[in-house]
Design a protein around this ligand. Sequence first.
Ligand code: AKG
Ligand code: FE2
Length: 487
Amino acid sequence: MTPDSSNLVTSPAPPKLVQPTQPINRENEPPTGLLSPTKPPATHPWASRDRRRERLERKRRAAYASVAKVENLPDCSTLFTPKPTPILCLVNVGYGGITGVTIEQLEGVLVPCPGFVQVVMNHGKPYTFVIFSDAQTAATACASLHEQPSELLLKRTLFAEHIPLKITSFTMPLRTQIEQILNCRNSPNPIVTLETDHTMHVQFPATASLRSLYERLQAKGLYCFDDFVTPEEEQEILGQADEHDFESWIEVNGRCVQHYGHIFDYKTKQVGNPDAAIDRQFPGIIQNILQRLHQLPIFTPANDSPAPSPDALNHTGTRLPLRLPQLNQLTISKYPIGSGISFHSDSHVSFTDVLVVVSLASPITMEFRSPFYAMRDQLHSRDAALQPIPTGSGGGGGSVPPGDPQPILPNPVFIDLAPRSLTVMSGEIRYGWEHSIRARKSDLLFASGAIRPRQFRVSLTVREVSEHRTCTCPWAELCDRSTETTE
Ligand SMILES: O=C(O)CCC(=O)C(=O)O
Ligand SMILES: [Fe+2]
């Protein structure tokens, strides 16, 4: 994929910073003339509006000056362009810190904007990039966000600017920057070529490198099987999900769920008493589909042995075959467009090792991240960048679990789940990584660079309720044996 050269800016645009601010709307002011005072008294509404304007201007100058300072520039004139491009810079939104915000908070503001694709926060920088599907939607969002206070960000006034696609001015290494912006930092081996005229060409990975990524994930316990459900079965389940009594669906952060076998309590974030099964059996069609799990090569052919105690689980890496669990808890989730599920590790104390997810109705990008590994600063070599490093006490206190030799993986990892596919999470992926579906209206496909609008989706999460109610995994930060950190 090549960046859209029509959007490239060849000469630096005049800085918005030093331009006069948007004209004040004078419509409601009285006409000037002999009868109107030349200067309004301090108590006049104009005065308070002018004071607001001055305050805004001060904030604006401070925000732009701080970006210029970290970028070692006299001002922001080379960083921004008045010509719409698909990438916005939120000048005064940085990650963490006292005034920092999280990606999730920011997505809350951006998800309603048509064309919003992704937030790219820059650690240690006061600004954030936001990618839109095209320059037009970015311009519309820019107009609605710029200089407006955001309720979701504690009334902070946002300053938004377009950045040229030929990003040569920000101090972050150019290649790193482009990789982040195109989201390919998380895909295996994108090839970014920098031409002498500073234009970039990004080639997305070949199938071979994708395959190697899946192989590395399998070693950590993630398995995906396409076409596990037939189109007829899919239609039948979707039809039944539609027919169910609406009131029996519980709304959880924008998605709707129904439980079978056991109730999952979203307050305690655990299953209640494991002996207290509810009188709602799995629908017959779902029972039939789950029968086919026996045929998957990852499971022992027929294994009636009881669940191993958590201590006996092979948490680091997964040794096949897996024990096929007695799946007795089903959650059916309906995801309206734009909804998702935040990062979580399914309750360690409530459920046993193997989690099963069936995807229906539309594809989705699922994200996996591990707090135990951080990306190295991608200054020199891509290979070096993919070496996980312990985050140490600052990053959640984690350390690379013992027995994990060289778990080279991007972090986070984006996995596309096809409709009618089956996903199995076990071992390290289940206990030592978190997964999420971002609440947004489209996904950026790293393999092709295409933007795929979201559609209504249904999933079946099937798990075995643990009798042990305890866990001794080495990933204490993600484990709810003492704290509740799960969804
Ligand atoms: O909807 C999905 O695909 C995943 C749901 C999930 O992670 C969960 O129910 O714990
Ligand atoms: Fe989950």
